[in-house]
Design a protein around this ligand. Structure first.
Ligand code: IPM
Ligand code: MN
Length: 345
């Protein structure tokens, strides 16, 4: 039927409500996508968190997924489902653009950077043990292959998006071996991209510089080990209005999963029953912008631009925006305002 099938993982908390909003906007824009909805309720198997086969098979078959927030189940043996998904599909690069929304006022203007976070190892390797009572080791695992792979992705990304510089963010002054090797990998890859300039920045220095003046960081791609990217991406999100506005994509060779960076926000979600609607307080923008990254990944650029313009201009006008952005609109009213713009476009 000429349509693409995409896996949709609505997720927990506000997840179903913001997913509904994306689906409504996609129908209104006639996006040629059919959603295959799957649940990622966690299963404990042999002391490890696993994801239901139906979800795994769906992502594997469709190779593209859009995912709402997943709560990490509380209890012994459970690890984050988000991390389990990244690991299961070897989603090695986490791409987090951070771009000011024109017309939406924050103390910062012209933020325009892209963070690319190594997504499979580092402090997230999950290797921890108690050496003796009162002494614990958490292993930060860095491999040449994963470093080289994410560096290469960052340079390709810069090339494809017309960004002129790649900056590797690190603490090699302290982590001489692990971050040192990460930098060596970046330097080696940089040689293959003579038209893109390359430099290096200490993580703490970069944080200070960016909050004082983000302009020098515009038009570049920053690449870094896993935990640094986790922290720096939240900080940068804060510059443009918060996690309600920032998209992200987890890129792998066999599959890619696009997701909002924010959590499931149980405090503003409806009851966890499919028969009780959400409270209408959630902002679906981050998931919508993540889906727009997904459309571009799928080469559905026209739809991406159309929906992006409708959403961003709705935010810029500021009449029908959600509470977290300083407005009074419900999730549905905001969604309807975007759809109205699509109709008139
Ligand atoms: C993120 C989140 C995750 C992370 C959590 C939910 C495991 O904070 O995507 O940035 O730490 O990577
Ligand atoms: Mn995070």
């Amino acid at each position: 039927n000429g349509k693409y099938t995409v896996t949709l993982i609505p997720g927990d908390g506000i997840g179903p409500e913001i997913s509904e909003s994306v689906k409504d906007i996609y129908s209104a824009a006639n996006v040629p996508i059919e959603w295959e909805e799957v649940s990622v309720a966690p299963i404990l198997k042999g002391g490890k968190t696993v994801i239901p086969d139906a979800a795994i098979n769906s992502v594997r078959k469709n190779t593209v997924a859009l995912k709402g927030p997943l709560a990490t189940p509380i209890g012994k043996g459970h690890v984050s489902l988000n991390l389990t998904l990244r690991r299961t599909f070897n989603l090695f690069a986490n791409v987090r653009p951070c771009v000011s929304i024109k017309g939406f006022k924050t103390p910062y203007e012209d933020v325009n950077t892209v963070l690319i976070r190594e997504n499979t190892e580092g402090e997230y390797s999950g290797i921890e043990h108690e050496v003796v009572d009162g002494v614990v080791q958490s292993i930060k695992l860095i491999t040449w292959d994963a470093s080289e792979r994410v560096a290469r992705y960052a340079f390709h990304y810069a090339q494809a998006s017309g960004r002129k510089r790649v900056t590797a963010v690190h603490k090699a002054n302290i982590m001489k071996m692990s971050d040192g090797m990460f930098l060596s990998a970046c330097r080696q890859v940089a040689k293959d991209f003579p038209e893109i300039s390359y430099d290096e920045d200490l993580l703490d220095r970069a944080c200070l510089q960016i909050v004082q003046n983000p302009k020098p960081y515009a038009d570049r791609v920053m690449v870094m080990p896993n935990l640094y990217g986790d922290i720096l991406s939240d900080m940068c999100a804060g510059l443009i209005g918060g996690l309600g506005l920032t998209p992200s994509g987890n890129i792998g060779r066999d599959a890619s999963i696009f997701e909002a960076v924010h959590g499931s926000a149980p405090d503003i979600a409806g009851k966890s029953s499919p028969f009780i609607a959400g409270k209408g307080l959630a902002n679906p923008t981050a998931l919508l912008l993540s889906s727009i990254m997904m459309l571009r990944h799928m080469n559905l650029n026209e739809y991406a631009t159309k929906i992006e313009n409708a959403a961003l201009s709705t935010i810029a006008e500021g009449k029908t925006i959600t509470g977290d952005l300083g407005g009074k609109a419900s999730t549905k009213e905001y969604t309807a305002a975007i759809i109205e713009k699509l109709r008139r476009a």
